[in-house]
Design a protein around this ligand. Structure first.
Ligand code: 2P0
Length: 321
């Protein structure tokens, strides 16, 4: 029996579009920051008496596409290890459902780590990243701490994440503005597929997202918040532009999302470094130095309640408990 802990991550350069939906191979590289505080603990045991995999998430049996994806990861572990038993999986999310942060990244990273170790495999971080990717694309990045790059690659073996800077020893954090925490109408998986198939802006997105990779890595290594934030904000807006071009068109933005994006631009004009990023939902994550957190949160107080603002710091990679 093995327990592993994996943390969530936020993409600074987004993964948005699969060129292979079975293997979960993305069109472009993405770059993320792993977060502290929000994580998933997963315990896996292979048990001969079980007639099927038994997967409980927060004490509820997993169903639907989540179950299918978890079984896909467990089947790969069985293939690689030669083990035949079914698995007993217990997973606990320490990602508040109200936080509007994705838990699929931490969930599948923790499952890959705990499952492979419980099956007697001793996988490298790269191999774990490939395994986690089969559950959810963003999970490939949650194997590593700090700043992480997911190489798009050209096949399963070449599509994996890698650390850029695991120990973040400079002042950068995120403020998450929780605009709406209800389940979204268009899931990431559905949204990105719709865009790949129907948005004429998609090819331009892939080209510009790939061109962001080297400048973003340089900004991270130089600890240059202004460059990092500018590239991240533009990248996020371009991702969202693809949804406006889809048929039928859709958007993850809500009125309050736009109000916060505007407020962040205005705070920046006052000389305070802060930049927005938005994932496949209405919540805004504000990239800034922690020394400016209070000032920024005070300025946002006219738009959003203080208790809807959550500070997220850089966090570590996978751990075995
Ligand atoms: C990201 N997102 O890079 C992007 C930005 C959402 C917007 O990764 O279909 O849950 O399971 O591979 O990983 C969310 O997508 O999608 C995501 P699947 P996933 O963080």
């Amino acid at each position: 029996m093995t327990t592993a802990r994996a943390h969530t991550n936020i993409a600074l350069l987004k993964y948005w579009g699969k060129k292979n939906t079975e293997l979960i191979l993305p069109y472009n590289d993405s770059i993320s920051l792993t977060l502290d505080h929000f994580y998933t603990d997963t315990t896996v045991d292979f048990v001969s008496s079980l007639t099927d995999d038994e997967i409980l998430v927060d004490d509820q049996p997993l169903t639907g596409s989540g179950l299918k994806r978890a079984k896909r990861v467990l089947n790969l572990i069985r293939e690689q290890s030669g083990i035949q038993e079914n698995a007993s999986v217990h997973s606990t999310n320490h990602v508040p459902t109200t936080a509007g942060l994705a838990s699929s990244a931490s969930a599948f990273a923790a499952l890959a780590a705990a499952g492979s170790k419980a099956a007697g495999l001793d996988l490298s971080d790269k191999e774990l990243s490939i395994l986690a990717r089969h559950g959810s694309g963003s999970a490939s990045r949650s194997i590593f701490g700090g700043f992480v790059q997911w190489h798009a690659g050209h096949d399963s073996q070449s599509s994996h994440a890698q650390s850029i800077q695991s120990a973040v020893d400079w002042d950068i954090n995120l403020i998450t503005a929780l605009v709406d925490t209800k389940k979204k109408k268009v899931s990431s998986t559905m949204g990105m597929q719709a865009v790949v198939k129907t948005s004429p802006f998609f090819p331009a997105w892939v080209k510009s997202a790939q061109a962001d990779v080297e400048p973003m890595k340089t900004a991270i290594l130089n600890k240059n918040l202004a460059n990092l934030g500018t590239i991240a904000e533009n990248n996020a807006m371009r991702m969202h532009a693809t949804t406006f071009g889809a048929v039928p068109n859709f958007t993850y933005f809500q009125p309050q999302t736009l109000a916060i994006l505007d407020a962040v631009r205005n705070i920046r004009k006052l000389g305070v470094e802060c930049y927005s990023t938005v994932d496949a939902g209405p919540n805004v994550k504000i990239i800034c130095a922690s020394s400016n957190n209070e000032l920024i949160m005070d300025k946002l107080a006219t738009i959003i309640n203080r208790n809807q603002l959550l500070v997220c710091k850089p966090g570590p990679g996978i751990k075995y408990l």
